[in-house]
Design a protein around this ligand. Structure first.
Ligand SMILES: NC(=O)c1ccc[n+]([C@@H]2O[C@H](COP(=O)([O-])OP(=O)(O)OC[C@H]3O[C@@H](n4cnc5c(N)ncnc54)[C@H](OP(=O)(O)O)[C@@H]3O)[C@@H](O)[C@H]2O)c1
Length: 286
């Protein structure tokens, strides 16, 4: 089954930057209404203007919201439903759960607040929005949801415990909903990007623990492959050949070996962190 994008009402979270922003531009041509969600009002307004240049007939609604705040998240859902009942907004045909944050670092160097935030945005907001809008899609037998998981929703790496945990939730949640909606015209797709050049990596410790450069792909490549898979109604989309091969390789690798390799990576990362901190301290002293 393929999601119907023509004349659809599309809700995109994480629209102020990175992949959500690019997806909005690509889908603007077909959509009738687009609802843009993120915290940065200015960036949402700029995007809205750009979308209206791409498609002057498109109705763009910006809904600034801190998805980590459960009251604001609830208010967003209520506001959309109220506008729908007044016919100011159509039913959500397509939901793109793009908003997501990273937290990088070993647990003993991580604030619990950061772990909480990851769960609020990557897990709770994604499930709340899905829970709010999927039932109408099922009732109308029309719609599609694209959830952003990650390589870390399939595999793990030291220094990404909370992030990997949150993305494994997205994977299990989405795969299960895919099974629950099987046989209907509602498409649930999940995308599993490896590292992608985007502001996502502008977080503490990325310089120490980010994956090797050769695994990174461009944002445009990631979005092109993601939308290609979503438009075809694929269950799982893994953009980028190298990440696809890595996942395939890890899938057939014996678990004890993978654990040994991860233990080695962990030791390597810890010694890299020690050296980086020592360099920083000696630079301050000088
Ligand atoms: N880039 C990668 O390497 C990579 C790899 C695998 C998976 N992913 C996943 O892909 C998705 C998109 O990532 P990206 O690379 O496009 O990242 P990005 O450029 O950092 O964009 C993240 C988006 O999430 C929004 N967001 C963050 N915190 C929010 C909050 N509290 N409330 C509302 N919106 C919030 C941001 O908007 P505001 O700051 O304006 O709120 C922004 O629009 C994420 O789910 C990420 O986990 C990314």
């Amino acid at each position: 089954m393929k999601p119907v994008l023509k004349d659809s009402t599309i809700l995109i979270t994480g629209a102020s930057s990175g992949m959500g922003n690019e997806i909005a531009k690509r889908l603007a041509v077909d959509a009738r209404q687009i609802i843009l969600v993120a915290r940065n009002t200015k960036k949402l307004d700029e995007l809205a203007s750009e979308l209206n240049i791409i498609n002057p007939a498109l109705q763009v609604h910006t809904k600034p919201c801190d998805l980590a705040d459960k009251n604001k998240l609830a208010a967003l859902i209520i506001a959309i439903k109220q506008e729908q009942s007044k016919q100011q907004l159509g039913n959500i045909d397509i939901l793109i759960n793009g908003a997501g944050i990273a937290q990088i670092g070993f647990l003993n160097e991580t604030d619990f607040h950061d772990i909480e935030n990851i769960i609020k945005i990557n897990v709770l907001a994604l499930s709340a929005l899905t829970h709010a809008f999927l039932p109408t899609m099922i009732k109308n037998n029309r719609g599609g949801i694209l959830n952003f998981s990650s390589f870390f929703g399939l595999k793990i790496l030291p220094a990404y415990a909370a992030y990997a945990g949150s993305k494994h939730f997205v994977t299990g949640f989405s795969d299960t909903l895919r099974a629950e909606t099987a046989g209907s015209n509602v498409v649930i797709s999940t995308v599993f990007p490896g590292p992608v050049h985007s502001p996502f990596w502008n977080v503490d410790n990325a310089d120490i623990y980010s994956p090797p450069g050769f695994l990174f792909i461009s944002l445009k490549q990631c979005v092109t492959q993601t939308l290609k898979g979503f438009k075809r109604g694929k269950a799982r989309i893994i953009p980028g050949l190298r990440i696809k091969l890595l996942v395939a390789f890890l899938n057939v690798s014996p678990e004890p070996i993978v654990r040994l390799v991860n233990a080695g990576i962990s030791r390597f990362m810890q010694s890299k962190r020690k050296k980086t901190l020592q360099t920083k301290i000696s630079n301050i002293t000088i």
